[in-house]
Design a protein around this ligand. Structure first.
Ligand code: R5P
Length: 296
């Protein structure tokens, strides 16, 4: 059986270490460097021929830099004869997994194509935006669910009295419904529209049965915070007595933190797929549990 090792990229150093620890695997030494002009360099300090490497690197902002580091490392490792499993806890570009408007490039398809061409043999991510996106990859893929960990945290730490769990849009509703079911809470789905040019988000406010309730918004990504802000405003207008948010991947770009502060949220909780101050839920065990099932 091939020796297994972990290589944690610069975007996922902490999470990578935790995964290696929980799997009882050694880590590979390598150097990732970024030049002043933004170019990346990767140097591998080990022989990896015949080994199986879990290359762990999230692709949060700076997205293209993190993605390129992942591709560069995967290429070097596979050229040296390793079997590369890309573990990408937050998989960027997963929202553009089809041509929504005529002429748009299918960005996730390009990521899948690049990953294959640099020698990635398997890809593991956490809560991909939509499971359909995995069909763009021509090698085995798997999306680990962080929902059980988030439910456990919400129940034990947030202690909301009989909350209503809300999906801010159709896209994430299956994941949010799974959260509500596991929690044993009522589930509601809002109708969100986003102006595809300006990015402005609106949420329909009619028929929201949240009067006097604690509301828990559950989404996969918090990026600018616009979706959460619009959903929070709608439920507060609908008479909710409090609103909190749980997101799997907390990107918090630009002024997202201030946007969420203004929205009057009681709790903001994310996982550690992306480093940040709202990371309260560790997904290293969930990732490791899946990696343990892989043969080599
Ligand atoms: C979109 O469909 C996703 O599920 C999230 O709702 C979205 O990416 C959040 O982005 P933002 O925080 O910028 O509104």
């Amino acid at each position: 059986m091939a020796e297994k090792l972990v290589l944690a990229g610069p975007a996922s150093e902490e999470l990578g270490k935790s995964v290696a620890q929980s799997l009882g695997l050694g880590t590979l030494d390598a150097e990732f460097k970024v030049f002043p002009d933004g170019e990346s360099k990767f140097t591998l300090d080990a022989r990896v021929s015949g080994k199986s490497i879990f290359l762990i690197q999230s692709t949060h902002p700076p997205v293209d830099q993190h993605l390129f580091q992942l591709l560069l490392a995967a290429h070097r490792l596979s050229q040296d004869g390793a079997k590369v499993t890309a573990v990408v806890p937050y998989l960027a570009y997963a929202r553009q997994d089809k041509e929504f408007l005529p002429g748009e490039g299918v960005t996730l398809g390009v990521v899948a194509h690049l990953a294959r061409s640099v020698g990635v043999r398997r890809l593991v991510t956490v809560d991909i935006h939509s499971a359909e996106g995995l069909s763009l990859f021509s090698f085995p893929t798997y999306s680990v669910s962080a929902i059980p960990n988030l439910v456990e945290y919400a129940k034990s730490q947030m202690r909301l009295d009989d909350p209503v769990v809300i999906a801010p849009d159709m896209g994430g509703s299956k994941r949010t419904e799974a959260f509500a079911q596991l929690y044993g809470a009522k589930f509601l789905q809002l109708t969100k529209t986003r102006d595809r040019s300006s990015g402005d988000v609106r949420v329909k406010e009619d028929k929201l049965d949240v009067e006097g309730k604690q509301v828990l918004i559950v989404d996969d990504i918090i990026s600018t915070g616009g979706t959460v802000r619009a959903a929070a405003e709608a439920v507060l207008k609908g008479g909710a007595k409090g609103v909190s948010v749980v997101g799997v991947h907390g990107l918090f770009v630009g002024s997202a933190t201030q946007t969420l502060e203004k929205a009057g949220l009681r709790h903001v909780v994310c996982t550690n797929t992306v480093p940040g101050k709202f990371n309260k839920v560790d997904v290293s065990e969930a990732i490791s549990a899946h990696l343990k099932t892989l043969d080599e």
